[in-house]
Design a protein around this ligand. Structure first.
Ligand SMILES: C[S@@+](CC[C@H](N)C(=O)[O-])C[C@H]1O[C@@H](n2cnc3c(N)ncnc32)[C@H](O)[C@@H]1O
Length: 327
């Protein structure tokens, strides 16, 4: 594909890397013309503020778009001044910054870009996408990196050539998709044979009682702005109670769990304002998603066997399974 000269300069000026994108429906080439045009299936995909969009603007993840645009900076290491995302990425994946430099890394479901930032800093050639308008939060924060390619797309219909990435990263996403097995298996089509992956997912805990599961049937149907305003009012009030219960010897963490607020005090954030921000963000993140399907270790083992993945390790970190290995 050759990119025709675009009439308007500025944010939607064609970028050279757009020529590597493929039509997610028919895998045809795309041409920059009033957006990105697939001549084979006659579909035109819009470019919104410099970010090509391959999904309807209105989709099941609208709540995430709202959340990440409200909290564009909250979880970015460059904002918190702490290496929270960096440590999680390298601890979970066991990759090193050195091995990523110059490699093609695919990040699925990037949200506001806390991990995009860490990946870009390694000098990798990073391709990140999210189904929601969170991509605009990510673009505002990480658009400064020349090694970032950012699109709004779904894991189910990615606009990339298959087997074209060296590394695949997906954190905090697959439990929030409508068909988790299909999500998991689809992502691997884009990783080259021999490529490394790291995917995490909420762990299903049979006896796990959490008050959010009582609230979610109502809250997941609420308009994001209404739910957010409710959380913004209640979370800062519940947080001191949660912290007081948490400090009870032995039973503290279990008692604190009965209060429906995300308590991130274990992160040792710099000040109370930051702690309140993380708390509002994570409480909303518990309550708003349309889908939440935690997974069992047995299911994850089956899927990795079905895909014939190698060097697979499945580790439990707090309430999350981290799955890593080689395709
Ligand atoms: C809990 S957030 C995690 C974001 C980021 N990975 C992080 O850890 O900060 C889950 C993200 O998955 C995205 N998501 C959900 N379904 C998706 C899909 N089918 N394709 C791409 N992204 C999806 C949501 O829009 C949301 O931003």
């Amino acid at each position: 594909m050759t990119l025709s000269k675009h009439a308007s300069a500025g944010l939607d000026t064609p970028r050279a890397w757009w020529s590597e994108l493929r039509c997610p429906r028919c895998h045809g080439d795309l041409r920059a013309e009033g957006g990105l045009r697939c001549d084979a299936c006659r579909t035109t995909y819009p470019v919104d503020r410099g970010v090509p969009r391959f999904v309807p603007a209105d989709n099941y993840a609208n709540g995430f778009g709202y959340q990440w645009n409200q909290h564009r900076l909250t979880q970015l290491d460059s904002h918190s001044g702490l290496p929270i995302s960096r440590d999680r990425l390298f601890r979970s994946s066991r990759w090193t910054a050195g091995e990523l430099r110059g490699r093609r890394v695919l990040e699925c479901g990037s949200g506001a870009g806390r991990f995009t930032e860490v990946l870009c800093e390694t000098g990798a050639e990073v391709t990140s996408f999210d189904i929601s308008s969170a991509v605009h939060a990510n673009a505002a924060s990480n658009g400064r990196f020349p090694n970032l390619r950012l699109v709004q797309a779904s894991i189910y219909e990615m606009p990339f050539p298959e087997e074209s990435f060296d590394h695949l990263l997906c954190f905090g996403v697959i439990q929030h998709t409508p068909d988790v097995e299909r999500t998991f298996k689809t992502m691997f089509r884009y990783l080259r044979p021999g490529g490394r992956f790291c995917v995490d997912v909420y762990a299903a805990m049979v006896a796990y009682t959490h008050p959010r599961h009582l609230l979610r049937p109502f809250t997941r149907r609420m308009p994001p702005a209404a739910l957010y305003s409710l959380v913004q009012k209640t979370a800062p009030r519940l947080l001191p109670l949660s912290m007081a219960l948490h400090s009870v010897p032995k039973a503290g963490p279990y008692l604190a769990r009965l209060v429906p607020v995300a308590n991130l005090s274990y992160l040792n954030l710099k000040d109370r304002r930051m702690l309140r921000n993380w708390s509002v963000l994570d409480t909303f993140d518990w309550l708003a998603p349309r889908y939440e399907s935690p997974q069992t270790r047995r299911r994850l083992e089956r899927w990795t066997r079905d895909l014939a993945l190698s060097e697979v390790s499945i580790e439990r970190h707090r309430g999350i399974y981290v799955v890593r290995g080689v395709k």
